[in-house]
Ligand binder design. Structure first.
Ligand code: ZN
Ligand code: ZN
Length: 131
């Protein structure tokens, strides 16, 4: 356990090392999240500024919900970029390909990753030969 200043209200609270806001703000945050989520589902194709204006939840927060993968864009009116390759995504921080790549990288060493790549190349070569 560690003590942190809440990112929202500045109050000191006990954090598990992951949460950046205090329990009280978390409740508000959850309420905001539900409001935004319902609004977006009811109004597919809405833009970020519109959603923010209508719900009273700041664009920063909406963006955070998207980055956390809690909220998904419907109708592709609000687009996020993959933080790794810049490809357009609808939720989270990375595109599927990058997420897989990162997960693989975390699990194995760099060397193992290279080996997997070699294997993939060989597999593709095999496929080509068969045709
Ligand atoms: Zn707070
Ligand atoms: Zn990517």
């Amino acid at each position: 356990m560690e003590f942190r200043n809440c990112k929202e209200c500045g109050r000191v609270f006990q954090s598990n090392g992951y949460t950046k806001i205090c329990p009280r703000c978390q409740v508000d945050d959850e309420k905001n999240f539900v409001t935004v989520k319902e609004y977006i589902y009811d109004n597919p194709g809405v833009t970020m500024p519109e959603a923010s204006q209508e719900t009273g939840v700041s664009e920063d927060k909406i963006l955070r919900y998207l980055r956390e993968g809690r909220l998904e864009i419907i109708g592709h009116s609000m687009l996020l970029d993959c933080e790794r390759c810049g490809k357009s995504i609808t939720t989270g921080r990375f595109c599927k390909a990058c997420a897989q790549e990162i997960e693989r990288g975390l699990k194995g060493s760099f060397e193992r990753k290279e080996k997997t790549k070699e294997k993939e190349k060989m597999y593709i070569a095999e496929m080509k030969n068969k045709k």
